[in-house]
Write a protein of this length. Structure first.
Length: 346
């Protein structure tokens, strides 16, 4: 048992170190390269490095390679199908590159982005789901996961060939793009995905598979290393490379760990965010309007088009208040998912 956990802890430690070093490098490199974004919650907008998700994606993939190397050099006997692990690594890197394409589209002059003027134009709305489809191709190619899913209050449903051909690509496209919808505040995206990742890790250890345990531990380690650079007075933003890569990782954990139903429950905050954005045709800004006392006024008054608007309408919230409230909101659904599991409904 100890050796089994070593094969998770050692790659996790490597992920943490690689992500830490890579993020520190990207803070300066991306800024100097002009791949930047505006931090507009501090009063006067300031430019900071963009696309920090490249470090996170690289860290996760390095962790997978560390596991593969341990088996190749007979340090331990792998209990995971290596071809499946390589397919997951390819999926994460492909979709991270799509996110990077979105992040590097920085203009010299402000352009219309969602309903605000911004220096980042990014990809067109219709291009994002189309391009994120490439992240699903490796998982589809290996016929990942098991086609039978336990749906709460319904029971086991076998989706047969529709699982790899339809369910998997739809999951990758939706999850990666939905994670991308909720952001713009220091620590929000890494904070919420860290809470979700910890939930997936605990579930994987007790109820899932070894593959799910490995992937979720690598995801948690990468986010923990990245979080200090984004949590307060951010030096780098996660960018679409982060949201897409983490979204693909979460889908891989759910599929390879046989925890789709659990994953759907913990993903409910992002599902809510999707439908809130849909109400305004996705032309929505999550950001508030900064006041003199440092609090944020909701940009659309009492109209709610994002979970961030809910927090700003409940109280006079600072940027960190919004982040902490929404991380706590995500934690509620993680707890709910475990309660449903213990009740025999997942």
């Amino acid at each position: 048992m100890f050796k089994t956990f070593q094969t998770v802890l050692v790659p996790g430690l490597i992920v943490f170190i690689v992500t830490l070093i890579a993020t520190q490098f990207l803070v300066t490199y991306l800024y100097n390269a002009g791949i930047v974004a505006e931090d507009r919650n501090k009063g006067k907008a300031k430019l900071i490095a963009g696309s920090g998700g490249l470090a996170v994606a690289a860290g996760i993939v390095f962790g997978m390679l560390a596991y593969i190397s341990g088996g190749s050099f007979n340090i331990f006997t792998p209990v995971i199908n290596i071809s499946q692990l390589l397919a997951v690594a390819l999926s994460i890197m492909l979709i991270a590159m799509v996110g990077f394409l979105d992040d590097i589209n920085v203009q010299r002059k402000r352009v219309k982005s969602t309903d605000r003027m911004d220096i980042r134009q990014g990809l067109k709305q219709w291009q994002k789901p189309l391009l994120t489809f490439v992240g699903a191709l490796p998982l589809m190619a290996i016929n990942a996961g098991v086609s039978t899913i336990n749906i709460p209050f319904v029971g086991n449903v076998n989706f047969l060939i529709f699982y790899p051909l339809i369910i998997i690509p739809l999951a990758v496209i939706f999850v990666s793009n939905a994670v991308n919808l909720l952001g713009g505040f220091d620590g929000l995206q890494p904070g919420m995905t860290l809470v979700a990742g910890i939930g997936l890790l605990i579930y994987s250890i007790f109820f899932g598979t070894y593959m799910g345990t490995l992937l979720s531990s690598l995801m948690v380690a990468a986010i923990l290393a990245f979080l200090p650079f984004n949590a307060r007075n951010a030096k780098i933003i996660p960018g679409d490379s982060f949201t897409y890569a983490i979204g693909a990782t979460m889908v891989a954990i759910m599929i390879m760990g046989h925890e789709e139903a659990f994953g759907v429950i913990i993903f409910i905050p992002w599902i809510i965010e999707f439908f809130l954005h849909l109400r305004r045709g996705f032309q929505v800004s999550d950001l508030g309007i900064r006041q003199g006392d440092g609090t944020l006024r909701p940009p659309y008054g009492k109209s709610i088009f994002s979970l961030t608007h809910v927090v700003m309408n409940i109280k006079k919230a600072t940027e960190m208040d919004v982040t902490l409230y929404l991380c706590a909101f995500e934690a509620i659904f993680v707890i709910l998912a475990f309660l449903l599991k213990f009740a025999g409904l997942l």
